[in-house]
Design a protein around this ligand. Structure first.
Ligand SMILES: [Zn+2]
Length: 304
C-alpha cells in the first residue's frame, strides 16, 4: 500500500458537520415527499406486477409511466426505460415477468424527458444495452439539456446519455425478429417517436401502435415563453404530428403514460375475465385517443 493513500471514512473527524448535513438532507427529503415531484422519490408505491399484453409484448412499467418489453425471439427490446430512480423496479418487473434483464439488447426511448429515461444509463453500463432516441432529442441533450427536465430528478446517480442510435422519420428498425416502423411526432418534445410493429400470439398477428409523448405540459404558454419558443408554431407542430399518424392501422394501442390507454383499467379487465376477449385489442382506441388530444389542445388554446 502506498504511504500517501489514507483510507478515510466519510465524515471522519467532523461529527457535528455530518449531523447538520444529515438534518438538512432529511428536511429536504421530507419536503419533497409532500410536493408533486414526490413521484420521483417513492417509486415502489407505483410498482405494477408485470403482465402479458398480447403474445410477445409485455407490460413492465409502473402505474404512471409505461415501459413495454418486446420479446423479439432474438433478444429483448424495451420501449422506454422508466421513471428516473426506478431502475430497480424495472429490473424486478423484468425478472417477475420471467425474463433476464441482461437479455435486454435495445431500449427505444419515446422522448428525452426524465420520466422515460430512468434506467437507460444503468442498462448500458451493466449490460451494454444499445440506447435509441429520436435525433432531435439527442440534439436537445447536447444543446439544451435543461429541456430534458432532468433538473427535477433530485438524483445524482443518473445523467443524460449519448444514444447509440438516433432515430429519424421513416426509419425501419430490425431488432431481433421484430421490425419497427418509426415516425417522428414532434410536439411534446421535438424528438418524440411513434412506433408501429406486429406482435404475435399463436398464429395470430396484431399491429401495435405507440405514440411517444402526448403531454400538454410543454405546450402551455408559460413553459413555451420561458424557454423562448413560439407559442402558435409549437402548438401547430403538435397538431400536425397527430394528423400525420392518425389513420395508421393500430389494433393494440400502447400507452406512453398509463392514462393514455387506461393501461391499469385494461389490466383489471384482463384479471376479471381471464378467458374473455383481450381488452387491449381495440382497433378504435388509437384514433379515439389522438382525436381527444387534438381537442385537449384546442381547449388549452381557448383558455389562453
Ligand atoms: Zn415528457
Amino acid at each position: 500500500m502506498k504511504a500517501d493513500i489514507v483510507n478515510t471514512e466519510p465524515g471522519e473527524g467532523k461529527p457535528n458537520a455530518d449531523e447538520a448535513a444529515y438534518a438538512a438532507y432529511a428536511a429536504q427529503r421530507a419536503a419533497l415527499l409532500k410536493t408533486p415531484d414526490s413521484h420521483y422519490v417513492n417509486q415502489e408505491a407505483q410498482y405494477v406486477h408485470p403482465f402479458r399484453i398480447f403474445g410477445n409484448v409485455w407490460y413492465v412499467g409502473g402505474d404512471w409511466v409505461c415501459v413495454h418489453l418486446v420479446d423479439t425471439g432474438d433478444g429483448l427490446l424495451l420501449i422506454d426505460s422508466g421513471n428516473i430512480g426506478a431502475a430497480a423496479m424495472l429490473v424486478n418487473a423484468i425478472w417477475e415477468a420471467g425474463f433476464r434483464p441482461a437479455d435486454v439488447k435495445w431500449i427505444i426511448h419515446s422522448h428525452g424527458h426524465l420520466d422515460h429515461i430512468g434506467a437507460a444509463g444503468f442498462f448500458k453500463r451493466m449490460f451494454g444495452t444499445k440506447l435509441y432516441l429520436g435525433a432531435p432529442d439527442a440534439a436537445m441533450f447536447r444543446e439544451r439539456p435543461s429541456l430534458s427536465l432532468m433538473q427535477y430528478a433530485r438524483n445524482a446517480q443518473e445523467g443524460l446519455f449519448e444514444p447509440d442510435v438516433e432515430i429519424n422519420d421513416g426509419d425501419i428498425l430490425r431488432l431481433g425478429g421484430t421490425t419497427l416502423q418509426c415516425r417522428l411526432v414532434p410536439g411534446h418534445t421535438a424528438g418524440c417517436v411513434a412506433l408501429f410493429f406486429n406482435a404475435h400470439e399463436g398464429g395470430e398477428t396484431r399491429r401495435c401502435g405507440y405514440y411517444g409523448g402526448f403531454g400538454l405540459n410543454t405546450l402551455k404558454r408559460a413553459y413555451l415563453e420561458a424557454y423562448g419558443f413560439d407559442v402558435g408554431k409549437s402548438r401547430q407542430i403538435y397538431l400536425d404530428s397527430l394528423a400525420k399518424v392518425r389513420d395508421e392501422k393500430v389494433e393494440i394501442f400502447l400507452g406512453n403514460h398509463c392514462g393514455n390507454n387506461d393501461t391499469i383499467g385494461l389490466r383489471r379487465k384482463q384479471l376479471e375475465n381471464p378467458g374473455g376477449p383481450n381488452p387491449f385489442i381495440d382497433p378504435a382506441a388509437w384514433g379515439r385517443y389522438l382525436d381527444s388530444r387534438r381537442e385537449a389542445l384546442a381547449a388549452l388554446c381557448a383558455a389562453d
